[in-house]
Design a binder for this molecule. Structure first.
Ligand code: NAP
Ligand code: GDD
Length: 332
């Protein structure tokens, strides 16, 4: 019998890649979609017609119970969140309701529908929980044992979600695992995140559709991988006999300046500086200066390894945006 999976956050970047992966593996894929008129519904229906959409919202517990009844899942992947760090400073209560309490709502929906012992649960934890401080092991990177010190309402909300997931594992014997994922990007990344904002701007500047890009802090460094590689790790976590927590990362860190270098060179511009203006509106009240992950546990236990390297990722994103913008499509 085909396995059934329920994905929250189906309209997001990871929801897209995970649905592709699970469909290829023969799963019956259900996805929770929020809002009366979600503009991304058409995109999912056209590109991924195999996904069975269920209306619901992480902040509405009864809609999650209903989603459990309809999908009868073997595996639940909780990817939904207010996921933009900058936006979380502007909407801290909403971020707590969705990103923190929404995870509790999903866990309770599983438990109350009788799935505590049978349903496997994946929680989308994040490197933002580390916060870039206490970076006292240069070269080694954050692993599963590193200290948490979140630096945003998003990071704090995700830390609650992380611990409530571990608590349900310990209290109800749930097969509930947390993937502590470092930044992962790709052509499906939202335009509000810095990598896609830059790849799209480089393409538009190349095509004469835009003459500059406005960015905030250019100093931070991130451990950037490809989202397509990371959803494989999510799936692997739920195939283990025992639930556990795993860091997924590349083990490399790069600055925004390095990303700009590669993206602009991809469109034949050797010096990006004349095209970049700094705008304080994109700065954050507190910043995560550096993230570097140590994926040794995932590599050893899950056999997971990232495939796409940093230059390959930048090239993939810029090429995609050149194609999209050349075709005159709206960026998506
Ligand atoms: P994303 O593209 O921003 O997608 C977020 C998803 O959450 C969207 O489908 C959104 O739906 C949905 N959502 C927001 N509020 C909701 C609510 N109240 N009820 C139901 N759904 C709601 O994020 P992503 O990059 O795919 O990331 C997936 C998850 O991994 C997130 O939890 C993120 O925080 C976490 N994570 C991401 C990264 C990364 O680098 N990408 C790294 C670590 C952890 P709408 O389309 O309706 O807005
Ligand atoms: N978004 C954005 N826009 N970020 C900018 C800009 C800008 O114009 N200019 C500079 N930055 C800097 C941010 O201040 C941050 O230091 C860095 O670029 C990366 O920002 P984002 O791409 O928004 O990602 P993030 O690292 O804050 O958060 C992402 O990764 C987390 C995992 O570490 C998100 O996907 C989170 O959901 C995820 O948990």
């Amino acid at each position: 019998m085909a396995k059934q999976a329920l994905i929250t956050g189906i309209t997001g970047q990871d929801g897209y890649h995970l649905a592709e992966l699970l469909n290829e593996k023969g799963y019956s894929v259900y996805g929770i979609i929020r809002g009366q008129q979600n503009p991304k519904k058409n995109r999912v229906e056209q590109e991924q017609p195999y996904v069975k959409l269920i209306e619901g919202d992480l902040t509405d517990p009864s809609s999650l119970v209903r989603a459990m009844e309809i999908s009868k899942p073997d595996e639940v992947y909780n990817l939904a969140a207010i996921s933009h760090v900058g936006y979380s400073f502007k909407t801290p209560q909403l971020t707590a309701d969705v990103t923190a309490k929404g995870t509790l709502n999903m866990l309770e929906a599983i438990r109350l529908s009788g799935g505590a012992k049978t349903v496997r649960f994946y929680q989308a934890s994040t490197s933002e929980m580390f916060g870039g401080l206490d970076y006292n092991r240069p070269g080694k990177g954050y692993d599963e044992e590193a200290l948490f010190h979140p630096r945003s309402p998003y990071g704090v909300a995700k830390l609650y979600a992380h611990w409530i997931t571990k608590n349900y594992r310990e209290s109800y014997d749930m097969h509930a695992s947390c993937g502590i994922l470092f930044n992962h990007e790709g052509p499906r990344r939202g335009l509000e995140f810095v990598t896609r904002k830059i790849s799209n701007a480089a393409a538009r500047i190349h095509l004469g559709k835009q003459d500059h890009i406005e960015l905030g802090n250019l100093e931070p460094k991130r451990d950037w991988g490809y989202a397509g590689d990371y959803v494989e790790g999510m799936w692997l976590m739920l195939q283990q006999d025992k639930p556990d927590d795993f860091v997924l990362a590349t083990g490399e860190t790069h600055s925004i300046g390095e990303y700009l270098d590669l993206a602009f060179k991809e469109v034949g511009i050797n010096d990006w500086k004349p095209y970049v203006k700094q705008n304080p509106a994109f700065m954050r009240p507190a910043e995560v200066d550096i993230l570097l992950g140590n994926p040794s546990k995932a590599e050893n236990v899950l056999g997971w390894k990232r495939k796409v390297d940093f230059p390959g990722l930048v090239k993939m994103m810029v090429e995609y945006d050149i194609g999209l913008e050349s075709a005159g499509s709206l960026s998506s």
